[in-house]
Design a protein around this ligand. Structure first.
Ligand code: 5GP
Length: 105
């Protein structure tokens, strides 16, 4: 299954890419809710946290290390919020797992 984020990862639609590894891409949110609003997205299509498998453990850990790195690079260390929305529990618009990083610094 594909998603809008898969299209971004495959460069089928444009986005403002902040950082990228073999497994993860970081883009600016198209509708920012803070001065800095980034999305940390695994390239593997995982719909929600509910769909995580044991084999995804290191990928999820890497998402947090990428969050730490981009926060450091942007100079917002200690001043940012990370959150996941999970479908049904809270509104998740894009069914492709992503970690929001927000800062008003
Ligand atoms: P969710 O509600 O699923 O946790 O958040 C999805 C986020 O993706 C929203 O903040 C929304 O603004 C962002 N978004 C949706 N479509 C696009 C897009 O095509 N490009 C970018 N850069 N962000 C998007």
């Amino acid at each position: 299954m594909s998603s809008i984020f898969t299209k971004i990862i495959n460069r089928e639609i444009p986005s403002d890419i902040v950082y990228e590894t073999n497994d993860i891409i970081v883009i600016k949110d198209i509708n920012p809710q803070a001065k800095i609003h980034l999305l940390i997205i695994p390239k593997k299509h995982i719909e929600t946290i509910d769909h995580l498998e044991e084999t995804d453990k290191s990928l999820i850990a890497d998402m947090f290390f990428v969050a730490k790195k981009v926060a450091f690079d942007l100079g917002v260390t200690w001043w940012y919020k990370l959150h996941f929305n999970v479908w049904k529990a809270w509104w998740q618009e894009v069914m492709h797992l992503h970690l929001h990083l927000l800062s008003n610094i």
